[in-house]
Every structure is written in C-alpha cells, then in structure tokens.
Design a protein around this ligand. Structure first.
Ligand SMILES: [Zn+2]
Length: 195
C-alpha cells in the first residue's frame, strides 16, 4: 500500500530516506508499510529504479530489505537525536554496504569474447540495491547535509526529511497543518482557567 502523503523533502534525492519512509505511522495509529509483501517490495524497488523491471523478489529478499530498513531508521533517529547509534544497526548497515562487490564482473562467451556483465540472480540484485541505499546513507550522514536530517515533529508521523529551511520540522503540508492545530488547541487549553 502506498503512503498517502507526498514524498518528504529529500526523499527523491536520497534512496536511504525513501527506504526509511517506506513505513509510516499515520494519525489514528495505523501504519502503512510499502514493503509488506514480496510483490510490494519489488514494486517499490522498481519504482526507485534500484532493480530492473521484471525482477521478482522472494520473501527472503523482502525480509532482508525490511531488516536493513529497521536498522537504517535506528541510525537516522540516533543521528537526529545526537546520540550514539545502536552498534547492531551500525553493523547491519556496514554489512549491507560491503555484501556485494559493486563492479560488473568479467565474463567470457565463446564466439563473443570477454564482456562486463551486471546481470545477477535476484538475491544479488537486492543486495546491490541495499548497497546503493546504504552507500547513500553513509555519505548523507557524513556529508554537508547531515545537519539537515530531521524527523517529522508532527506526532504520530515518524517520517524523516531533509529540512529545506531551519524552522521546518514536518514532512508535508498536512503534517504542518496538524501540528499548528495541535499547538493552537494547547494554547487555548492553557488560557482556560482551571477549576
Ligand atoms: Zn509528517
């Protein structure tokens, strides 16, 4: 199921934010997970242009992807809070970063000679996609935009975004409007005399 919100700022440039935001908690408490089946996980990776059209993920690949997503969210959250990341999450991200060689392999076919090939079995395609996502995360978290990563302040939304200006704290207009309404309500409550 698709998240019924426009992509959070930074998501289209950063596959790591896109993966982190593929699961979201919506007002009313129910969550939406875009990777909740092998078919949906495949569609998501194809839409992100991380695997070629026609790829069919196995459940095993889907679970690998959602597992990395959990660790990625932990890493992003600890970064936005300014605390140390969970070592298990750091290990998992490093595992995905180094699981596959990024180079296209050399192959030989009689009559055709040597060629570079990048067509991998499905499991390797997913490993490559995860390597691309975690590479993006590693460079974003250590790059000049690292301080712009934030998590939507409009409870219960938990999407990550790249702040477009310093005061922006929410992922979408809808979340911004909800946060303003919550604040206005809180102010009204404060002014109401107790008793
Ligand atoms: Zn939000």
């Amino acid at each position: 199921m698709k998240v019924p919100l426009p992509p959070a700022p930074g998501t289209s440039e950063h596959p790591c934010l896109a993966l982190a935001n593929s699961i979201v908690t919506l007002p009313g408490g129910h969550g939406i997970d875009e990777l909740d089946s092998p078919e949906n996980a495949t569609a998501w990776l194809v839409a992100q242009e991380l695997v070629p059209e026609g790829t069919g993920l196995l459940e095993y690949c889907q679970l690998k992807l959602t597992n990395v997503r959990g660790h990625l969210r932990q890493l992003l959250e600890s970064h936005t809070l300014g605390v140390a990341p969970d070592p298990a999450s750091l290990d998992a991200i490093n595992g995905a970063l180094t699981a596959v060689p990024s180079a296209a392999l050399l192959s030989y076919h009689p009559g055709e000679g040597l060629a570079r090939v990048s067509n991998h079995p499905v499991t390797q395609l997913v490993d490559h996609a995860m390597a691309a996502i975690t590479e993006d995360a590693a460079s974003l978290l250590t790059g000049p935009d690292a301080h712009r990563i934030t998590q939507c302040a409009s409870t219960p939304c938990d999407r990550f975004l790249l702040r477009t200006h310093l005061r922006r704290q929410w992922c979408s207009e809808r979340c911004g409007a909800r946060q303003r309404a919550t604040r206005a309500y809180a102010r009204k409550q404060d002014k109401t005399p107790a008793g």
